[in-house]
Design a binder for this molecule. Sequence first.
Ligand SMILES: [Zn+2]
Length: 252
Amino acid sequence: MLHEVGDGVWVRQSEWVWSNAIVVRGDGGLVLVDPGIDGSELNQLADDVARLGLPVVAGFSTHPHWDHLLWHPRFGDVPRYATLGCADTAGEARERAQAMAAESGSGIPLELIGLLTPLPADGGPVPGEVIEHEAHAIGHAAVLLADRGVLIAGDMLSDVLIPLLDARRPGQVSAYERALDRLGEAARYADVLVPGHGAVAEGPEVAARLAADHAYIDALRRGEEPVDARLDQDWLSGPHQANLEQARQSSG
Ligand SMILES: [Zn+2]
């Protein structure tokens, strides 16, 4: 079910890692941001979107990880945008993304995974401001809808996921610090924050999310063990160890 979190911004959450599919009303119609996950959920999302009575004019992927590269034939054959870095990486990693999707979800239309086009310089049909940075994944982008007070953050600022450094690239602690600074700037115009996974944050909770990610990264920077409630989830101990490893190996 779609839940309206701002003017013309709706969220549907999947059971799979609390993934958020986001529907944004733009000038020409609807833009679907990171729709997911299972085929049945994508199908329900298509029903929900049809009830809004506006055409889907585009897709947008926040970053090139498989769970953010999905699509369904019922959304239509429309351009699916991303930053240049994300679109290139998604193209190169398509087979791997398809394999991971087949392994992790059911009924996902595999042939439609990762077919992205670089966003035109004027943003095309994607409303708001695209904020690109290098934390978590190549070409990761947030979308700030300042006129509606909504920040769509991709895989940052989650209440369930710790910051996840890109294991394949060095210098991620610094990249994360820069990204958080930019998102902090953007959050001045937002009182609603939609993360890629987890609960939508509102009001003072937005600043609390920023503070939690900052605290985690600051601890990595100092070579200390972060104190972070999200680490109570056992399944994050592997990614957390990988983060510690990267922070130790590179100067940041
Ligand atoms: Zn994700």
